[in-house]
Unconditional design. Sequence first.
Length: 145
Amino acid sequence: MAKKEKTKPEKVKAPKAPKQPKAPKGKNKKGAAGANGVPPAGAASIPLANMSPEQMTAAQLEQAIKESNDPSTRLKKLRSPLNVRSCLLNVLLLIVLTLGIVILWCFLVVDKFNFVTIMSDMFTKFGIVDFFKNLGATIAGWFGG
């Protein structure tokens, strides 16, 4: 008795469609592609390679309008890393450190260190004393003094 050869019919696989980019993850999954990855009926079905520049511009404009109206795709407002408070604090820190270094240097180098004399001399040389004298004279002038 001869054995029958069992031949299985070969399975023919359909060629895979090119993969479409995934929609961005978010709360609302009704983005450019539907739940099954198929674009909605209103979307452009022409491949990008076959589009004219005018059609591509129109499609990009339409996509931008859709994304701007979708609250889940809106960008968060970025906070500026530079703000006035941190800048002023940095300037104040620079001034304090500079004064500290100058006072320390004077303490180490000057033979007879007198803190009051050094500070009054520094304030006079830097013009801080003149600034406050002029400010006081201006304010006194406002009140007829």
